[in-house]
Design a protein around this ligand. Structure first.
Ligand code: PLP
Length: 395
């Protein structure tokens, strides 16, 4: 089918890239060993720290998010080390459990619900029982992109401290960074892992590790084989703004522009904006009479919402109809959720009317697909947005 206007890319990442960022990328590639690059490198490496709320180093890999997950593990651990990975959904499995197992780490997969965040008390119990301190790291996905559930990281940190356990805390913020609050230093996170293609409003292709002093110290004795992902070489080169290999030059131009935009809007305003989208989307889902997958209101994600379809209705068929009729992409159900849920991305370069359009497409699609629902979801979302529009700096 022919479509006019712009495609609605409402998956929970990659997200829509603002024109300002696209234009910033449209520059000639420069010598990555020359003075102009050094200036760019030093600038983005310094400024990106604010997004992680850290004073420590952040390294930037030319990679997808999974590469940055692998880097977090190989730089801090040794073959056979025990790692406690909290089950939260598809990404805790695919990006962490599976990667760690393939690397030869001994993964303890702490069972969890796909409708709730990581359990701080279960982490505390597992660590308290480990009197020999055999666990070397705890891995938590901050925002589980497959479920729309956000884990309460400050509680997990407190649980680790209560157990007086020295394990490193490794956190995946791939779909939360730049959309929901994340405090690398304050929450004593040892490695914060992120990607470019979601809240940072960039195309896919950059992976990030924010590194604590404790993680840096661990990397000096960690014995996992690593070459491309090695922090040490990266940090040495980064001191003068360079990379040990060819960086993704034009994505770094894009990052510089995105950081500028984030600074202009202000991180706290950005979080508030995402809170409004989350609230409005959930108001729509409730008005339709459908279920939000996340069961715990304190763990609602503000970057995406996973919506459960009634039994006997296939979410991928609904997504297909919406794609064909309205040129909008929504997130598919992953793993055990395949066909059961669809996911609405409401993160990144996004505003009130983008949300209104997105939810209108969903509501029309529900009708066309014959999914039983009540009308009025879009109206409920508009009411929710209107009720808070006066308090916010940006819409
Ligand atoms: N972790 C989370 C929470 C994700 O959402 C994703 C991707 O969506 C990944 C890991 C994997 O990242 P990538 O696909 O960029 O390798």
């Amino acid at each position: 089918m022919m479509h006019t206007g712009r495609h609605f890319l409402q998956i929970p990442g990659p997200t829509n890239v603002p024109d300002r960022v696209m234009l910033a990328m449209a520059k000639p590639v420069i010598d990555h060993r020359g003075p102009e690059f050094a200036e760019l490198g030093l600038d983005v490496l310094e400024r990106v720290r604010a997004v992680f709320k850290t004073k420590g180093p952040v390294v930037i890999f030319p990679s997808s998010g999974t590469g940055a997950c692998e880097a977090a593990l190989t730089n801090t651990l040794s073959p056979g080390d025990r790692v406690l990975v909290c089950e939260t959904g598809w990404f805790s499995h695919i990006a962490w459990r599976r990667v760690a197992e393939r690397l030869g780490l001994a993964v303890e997969y702490l069972p969890g619900s796909w409708r709730k965040g990581a359990s701080a008390s279960a982490v505390e119990a597992a660590l308290a029982a480990d009197s020999q301190h055999t666990f070397k790291a705890v891995v938590v996905v901050h925002n589980e992109t497959s479920t729309g559930v956000t884990s309460r990281l400050s509680e997990v940190r407190r649980a680790i401290n209560r157990a007086h356990h020295p394990a490193l805390l490794i956190v995946d913020t791939i779909s939360s960074l730049g959309s929901m609050d994340l405090r690398h230093d304050e929450w004593e996170i040892d490695v914060t892992v992120a990607g470019s293609q979601k809240g940072l409003m960039l195309p896919p292709g950059l992976g990030f590790n924010a590194i604590s002093e404790k993680a840096l110290a661990a990397s000096r004795t960690a014995k996992m084989p690593r070459a491309y992902w090695d922090w040490d070489e990266m940090l040495k080169a980064n001191k003068s703004g360079f990379f040990p290999y060819t960086p993704a030059t034009n994505l770094l131009y894009a990052l510089r522009e995105a950081l500028e935009m984030i600074q202009e809007e202000g991180l706290e305003n950005i979080f508030r904006r995402h809170q409004r989208y989350g609230d409005a989307t959930r108001a729509a889902v409730r008005a339709w009479g459908l279920d939000i997958l996340c069961e715990e209101p304190a763990e609602y994600s503000n970057s995406l919402t996973a919506v459960v379809l009634p039994d006997g209705h296939n979410a991928d068929r609904l997504r297909q109809i919406i794609l064909e009729k309205f040129d909008m992409s929504l997130g598919t159900g992953l793993g055990q959720l395949a066909g059961k849920v669809f996911r609405i991305g409401h993160l990144g370069a996004f505003n009130d009317l983008t949300l209104a359009g997105t939810l209108s497409g969903v509501e029309m699609g529900l009708g066309l697909a014959g999914v039983p629902h009540k009308p009025g979801g879009v109206q409920a979302a508009l009411n929710s947005l209107a009720s808070s529009v006066a308090e916010v700096a940006t819409v």
